[in-house]
Design a protein around this ligand. Structure first.
Ligand SMILES: [Zn+2]
Length: 164
């Protein structure tokens, strides 16, 4: 049971100062972000946003998967989302390795066969981003007036570069 003690201790400090009970769950800045799970990305801070401002969906690569799309549809219709940013990033593991390379790394780490694992690698990041943006824009539950942009986040400069 001690595995999470440090984090739970930090959480008690957090809760001590916590002042946002009863806050609603809509996106107050009207923003939704789909981005990578990468620990170098701070989705709110990089956009000058804070608690309550945005809906955030993260996965390896920042891809518009069916679940990401589900989150965006809910965001647009029920949670005040007016602008959607799709944000993959530089030096992303799923965009800089082939599926075979990632499988080999996993096999080595786990000490077992990984050939059956399906990994969603990206071989052309900008093309994949354009496809993901198109997927969102053309979704029947995403109205025309919702703005959708595709950006690459540079983990070495902190800058977002709009590509789509
Ligand atoms: Zn990544």
């Amino acid at each position: 049971m001690a595995d999470f003690d440090d984090l739970l201790a930090a959480n008690r400090d957090y809760a001590e100062k916590f002042d946002d009970g009863g806050f609603d769950g809509v996106a107050h800045a009207g923003v939704a972000i789909v981005t990578c799970m990468d620990s170098r990305i701070e989705p709110l801070a990089m956009l000058g946003l804070g608690l309550g401002d945005a809906k955030i969906f993260r996965n390896p690569g920042g891809r518009v998967t069916p679940q990401a799309m589900e989150a965006l549809v809910l965001g647009v219709h029920l949670l005040n989302v007016k602008r959607i940013l799709i944000v993959p990033h530089t030096r992303c593991a799923v965009a800089s390795n082939t599926e075979a390379e990632l499988r080999a790394k996993l096999a080595e780490s786990a000490g077992q066969d990984a050939s059956w694992l399906h990994l969603h690698v990206v071989d052309d990041q900008v093309r994949a981003l354009a496809e993901d943006v198109a997927k969102v824009r053309s979704h029947p539950f995403v109205p025309e007036d919702v703005k959708v942009g595709g950006f690459i986040y540079d983990v070495d400069t902190g800058l977002l570069n709009q590509k789509v």
